[in-house]
Design a protein around this ligand. Sequence first.
Ligand code: HEC
Length: 157
Amino acid sequence: MKHLRFGALCLGAMLLAPLTGRAQDNPPPPYKPGVGDLMTMTVQPRHTKLGLAGQLGNWAYAEYEQHELQEAFDRIARVSPKWRNYPIAELLPAMTKGPMGAVAEAIQAGDVGRFNKAYRALTDACNACHSGTNRAMVVIQPPSGTPFPDQDFRPRH
Ligand code: HEC
């Protein structure tokens, strides 16, 4: 009985082999994260880190991180120019260009008060776009406290 069952298993494996072989010839489509995934993976942590850096007056790092945030925006516009009929490729620069410019100026000036104001306006732009794209439930705010225990956001000198 045992031998019979083993034989049946072997036969089954032999019959399935060509099928699995064919599956390997057609690899699955490449992983394409959605806008919500990209926001969570790339935009949100950069927005958080930029905020923490500015609050602490870490201008060298804030400048670097703002550049990364800009790249995250650009990548989303490129990969997902349209999301549910919303023209993300046009909305993204239209809503973030002004506030991002003000944040960059505050970083250049090395002014924490000015940074906090500009960063608040940038955060308002995040929320304005969420409201405008039927995602008003996604509410972004300036960070208080770091979710990154292994990174030091204080300026070096
Ligand atoms: C051009 C419009 C637009 C701008 C600007 C924008 N977002 Fe989004 N965001 C969206 C859309 C649309 C979604 C929902 C995507 C989905 O549901 O798949 C989203 C989703 C998110 C999510 C996922 C929500 C969750 O809890 O899973 C986060 C986080 C997020 N955005 C953060 C930000 C931050 C931070 C900023 C600003 C620095 C920002 N977004 C700016 C359009 C935008």
